[in-house]
Write a protein that binds this ligand. Sequence first.
Ligand code: SIN
Length: 534
Amino acid sequence: MATLKAARISIMAGRFTKLMSRPRRLVSVRASDHLLTRQISTEAESVASRLHKSGLLRTQGLIGGKWVDAYDRKTIKVYNPATGEVIADVPCMGGRETNDAISSAYEAFYSWSKLTAAERSRYLRKWYDLLIAHREELGQLITLEQGKPIKEALGEVSYGAGFIEFSAEEAKRVYGDIIPSPLADRRLFVLKQPVGVVGAITPWNFPLAMITRKVGPALACGCTVVIKPSEITPLTALAAAELSLQAGIPPGVVNVVMGNASDIGDSLLASTQVRKITFTGSTAVGKKLMAGSAGTVKKVSLELGGNAPCIVFDDADLDVAVKGTLAAKFRNSGQTCVCANRVLVQEGIYEKFVNAFSKAVQNLQVGDGFTEGVVQGPLINEAAVQKVESFLQDAISKGAKVLLGGKRHSLGMSFYEPTVISDVKGEMLLSREEVFGPVAPLLRFKTEDEAIRLANDTNAGLAAYIFTNNIQRSWRVSEALEYGLVGVNEGIVSTEVAPFGGVKQSGLGREGSKYGMDEYLEMKYVCLGNMNSN
Ligand code: SIN
């Protein structure tokens, strides 16, 4: 097992060799050193050795505080989407490992839930401190396995760690209630107690933040967790789990299994010990999880797909609208559930906006996320590029016009040119479904009512954005939009202190903020009788 582990880490270090070998003094690494097997730059050496020293290069699952391989030794490969190279092999786990992880979480629940809120808070605070202390390494892991530019990846670490810090604080504020009794000899009160074992299923687009957003409040409330990170980006999840152990969070409180998604999902759903499923990902999978949770009547929180309208009114400040739309559309190369999916522009500002916006999009530098100045990384894989291509083809065949981009980037791999496309209509796939790529479809509208009607003409309801300088309009339209989040003159609205979540088929429940805590709590009403006796 030790050799297997060393081999995996050697592959990982090798990746840093390639990624980080921009002009620096080259040094020769000891031939005996299994970890670094070729000439690497001093920069790469320090990154790799720091990661290794801090124990953050984890390539096994975590069950009951122990790092384990898949029981049948099967593995899956983790790729760098910018180069196509294999970064590491991780275990391809399934039902048996998941059942053991559930048992560990169930066992740990008894003692973890009995800790005082202050004790759990201290553990979480320590975990937060470690995440921040290892911000750089975690950011590099995110860029490596997910592809987003390093600056954005570092931003994700701060954002992700913020959920742990906030949960540490909020742990101490899980209040109950005393209800005035209608009868003199009774006392009525309400307790809030942890739900129990939580199955947390997370996506590849935010390898850290989507985990901490679920695990932070779960642990704060006294729940224990079985995390299933995306098999595309498991390394950041494993590194975060390692830091949870270093923070002293007891074995079994945080478990991580990855591999065969449907086997793992089925085991989580079938278990009567798992009392809650929390999921971020596609609407199709979310519906399956919701249906599957019915068998054991689990609580569910679902953060599913969006189809965000970004509405630019004639009275908007042009610079603010261009900057905000750019941020809302091109964050993570368009691969977030809250990315603007349709840009609705009022006819009076249309030409000016299209020119300024296209100019700004043209300046977006595409490339490997480790390269200085790059703001657009690759798409996650070939399937993602093919989806973008098919949406574009559909739109063009129905009369849309490509103003900018519209094809794969000359860098190859899964790089795609930042794209602006006009004359988009409501019936095109680009308007109906999430493109999840760097494509900005422009639609023209005449009146406020028309904009609201177009914006709400979808089954999704996660995020919406409006750009206007009219305060009354900003209230009116915010109220009329059937969405869980609205950005007014702002393209990035996510923060750990505000509730994140959608309406309609974009999901159930909220994450982050004080509201996100309730998702991991059950309410218990206690009636104390016979109060008049001594
Ligand atoms: C997501 O894409 O699901 C999350 C985006 C965010 O947290 O801002």
